[in-house]
Design a protein around this ligand. Structure first.
Ligand code: GLA
Length: 377
């Protein structure tokens, strides 16, 4: 990819790039929908990335070429946001960097990637993180803290893309390290790295290739439910409370909000249990907790869908160690922790059974935990 992106840059801008940067998509082992509740999450960046070749151009204009879409876009740093969605990510990163008194000058860039789109692997966070890292390196001598680069990506989503997301995706994309998951306290942004080298197991994602477009922004609705439950519990963020306090507000909030809170507070405990299990290399215990998470996301948080539930059932029937839907929900993929010896049989069963039921083949995406944002050369 490195050579290809340099070649395309040369063709488009008639000069070699000054540098090439990369940032990754992410998985999340456990801790779903906890980031905006101030809880712990356990993501890691993966071996699927967005790579950008860049060169300052001495003007106040940014000229972009998206290789995979074969589209170009140009905007002045002082102008309004461009119309193309993909370009708004880069525009937003420039603006958010400037808001923090970071220097941004005009540049030319070509980018491409292999993070599957729409699968819930945060291709948009990878794009934001790649450019935030590049701008910090090229124009600011890396003066902006890496955790702040993650916030630049998150604020880009909020202010330029209309997605009120938490910090997890951008944080994982910027901070990820090979062979390590990141346990992030999403309230304080304190974090530590948790080694993840599951010998004898593999991580594989099965992509439903569906994204149910739902009205009324269910993601924001879940946030609102959690905020109401937190208020009733007398805390700022729901994860500031604990599962044993929950019965005290039964009947005082809507049943639906109660169910959402029940999931969140149980999930918070599961993240801590998974971290303990990982210390003992007890992947069977990790897997059981992943199934519990799926059940909670499906029955209590209600962000799963028929296709995801089906894949979760197939995993269980095949004896897969751990399986659950991953990410925001309503489509995307399941994450599966599978014993090496079971891998082929599971992938074959998941693919054929899914196709027989839904009429199309799901995607199969093998993932390794790899480095997040960095300069390639
Ligand atoms: C999306 C959001 C994240 C997080 C997850 C659910 O990926 O972008 O911030 O809330 O959903 O865990």
């Amino acid at each position: 990819m490195k050579r290809q992106i340099a070649t395309v840059f040369n063709e488009k801008f008639a000069a070699p790039p000054a540098a090439i940067y990369s940032s990754a998509g992410r998985i999340n082992l456990i801790g779903e929908h906890l980031d905006y509740n101030g809880g712990y999450v356990l993501p890691g960046s993966i071996d699927k990335c967005i790579m950008a070749a860049i060169k300052p151009n001495g003007t106040d204009k940014v000229r972009l070429h998206a290789v995979d879409m074969n589209e170009s876009c140009e905007f002045a740093l002082s102008a309004d946001a461009p119309v193309q969605q993909w370009a708004r990510y880069v525009y937003g990163v420039c603006k958010e960097t400037m808001k923090r008194n970071g220097l941004v000058q005009g540049f030319d860039a070509a980018f491409m990637g292999n993070v599957p789109l729409g699968a819930g692997l945060s291709s948009s966070a990878a794009l934001e993180s790649c450019f935030a890292f590049a701008i910090n390196d090229l124009f600011n001598g890396n003066a902006i803290a890496k955790t702040e680069l993650a916030k630049i990506g998150q604020d880009t989503e909020h202010n330029y893309c209309g997605v009120n997301c938490g910090i997890m995706d951008q944080f994982a994309s910027v901070m990820g390290l090979e062979g390590k998951l990141i346990r992030i306290n999403c309230e304080t942004l304190e974090y530590d790295y948790v080694p993840f080298n599951p010998k004898g197991y593999r991580l594989v994602l099965i992509d439903t290739k569906v994204k149910h477009e739902l009205v009324n922004s269910p993601y924001n609705q879940r946030r609102n439910s959690c905020e109401r439950a937190a208020k009733a519990l007398g805390v700022k963020l729901l994860c500031n409370s604990s599962i044993d306090k929950l019965p005290s507000i039964k009947g005082k909030i809507a049943d639906e909000d109660y169910k959402r809170a029940e999931y969140v507070l149980a999930e918070q405990k599961r993240v801590i249990d998974v971290c303990e299990s990982l210390k003992r290399d007890d992947y069977e215990a990790v897997g059981k907790l992943m199934y519990e998470t799926h059940h909670g996301l499906s029955a209590l948080y209600e962000v799963s869908c028929e296709e995801l539930d089906f894949l979760n059932d197939v995993a269980r029937e095949c004896g897969v160690t751990g399986s659950r839907m991953m990410g925001g929900g309503f489509g995307g993929c399941t994450i599966n922790l599978v014993k090496d010896g079971l891998y082929d049989a599971f992938v074959e069963a998941a693919t054929s059974k899914f196709e027989a039921k839904f009429g199309h083949k799901p995607g199969v995406i093998d993932v390794k935990i790899s480095d997040g944002a960095h300069k390639v050369c």
